[in-house]
Ligand binder design. Structure first.
Ligand code: SF4
Ligand code: ZN
Ligand code: ZN
Length: 305
């Protein structure tokens, strides 16, 4: 077995195409794929002077930070602002390496914690409400990422979502009847153009979980590969296992799911663009009702003694 391109020793097999690549060729392949995604989906334009990078410190977002920094070093006018969220999950979230990396590379970093922003850690919210941790976490994190990036005057948010994350989200929405949520997915998220929404873009959209793990490992990025303690029992965790089991038998599954989804996504976006966007009466953030989900949740939290 040798690298398909240069005959060196391979470090990875890409199961979907059954290609073996050596370290150098794989890193080039991964970055080229991300650049192609940026170009194809016109992720950045001349108006994008300040870009927020959502970084949790995991392998995908750390790789994203490294990759975006490479772009920013070439395009001197592009300013990156790292936005990190500390949910307050005991023995898990640790932003030490992210902060060090930002300091070494002179990148602005802003950390927002659930405790400061909402008055309580995620662990305490879960104890108090008995609700599913990921449902709370997802809503609050999205809220902070959007509102804080806007405050920081970023007109795009880059996130490290990979092909596996997206395939899981598509299936989860199908299983739960959430087509409107799927309409917001894609390499460039969102349905409507509204100044209060900062557009989210995903350069690693076509790279798999396995490829991102290999990229991060081969680049020797200082990442803790441990999983969130809530992940195993989450709905996403169940869908991930199901999808991985199925893909082990039918290797084209995840790529086929993404490609067929992308072919119907323009129709979904068109269908759900009709939803009227209002402003939350409490916090002003965009939402479809009178009060946004976050304000509603915080109110119910205060109501529980
Ligand atoms: Fe939040 Fe759930 Fe992800 Fe943990 S697994 S970081 S609780 S969304
Ligand atoms: Zn090679
Ligand atoms: Zn609100």
């Amino acid at each position: 077995m040798v690298c398909k391109n240069c005959k060196n020793n391979p470090v990875i097999n890409l199961p979907n195409s059954n290609i073996n690549l050596c370290k150098g060729c794989f890193l080039k392949y991964a970055e080229r794929k991300a650049y192609k995604t940026i170009t194809k989906y016109k992720m950045f334009g001349p108006e994008d002077k300040t870009i927020a990078v959502g970084v949790s410190g995991g392998k995908d977002s750390f790789s994203l930070l490294y990759f975006m920094n490479k772009i920013a070093e070439k395009k001197k006018l592009l300013k990156l602002k790292v936005v990190s969220v500390d949910e307050g999950i005991k023995c898990y979230r640790d932003l030490k390496h992210v902060k060090e990396y930002c300091k070494e590379n002179k990148i602005e970093i802003h950390v927002y914690s659930f405790k400061t922003e909402f008055g309580m850690t995620l662990d305490d919210m879960v104890k108090k409400t008995g609700l599913n941790p990921c449902s709370i976490c997802g809503v609050l994190r999205r809220f902070l990422l959007n509102s804080k990036s806007r405050e920081l005057k970023a007109n795009k948010i880059v996130t490290g979502h990979n092909l596996d994350d997206e395939a899981q989200s598509i299936l989860m929405n199908q299983f739960r009847g959430g087509l409107e949520r799927s309409a917001r997915l894609g390499p460039v998220t969102g349905i409507v153009t509204d100044n209060r929404f900062v557009r989210r873009v995903k350069p690693f959209y076509f790279l798999t979980e396995k490829e991102m793990t290999a990229y991060c490992f081969l680049k020797k990025l200082p990442v803790d590969y441990g999983e969130c303690p809530y992940a195993k029992s989450s709905y996403r965790g169940e869908v991930r296992d199901l999808l991985n089991d199925f893909t082990a038998k039918h290797k084209e599954t995840k790529h086929a799911l993404i490609n067929s989804f992308l072919s119907i996504l323009p129709l979904l976006k068109k269908e759900y663009a009709k939803v009227e966007i209002k402003g939350c009466k409490k916090c002003g953030e965009p939402c479809s009702g009178e009060i946004c989900k976050v304000c509603d949740f915080i109110k119910s939290l205060k109501g529980i003694s």
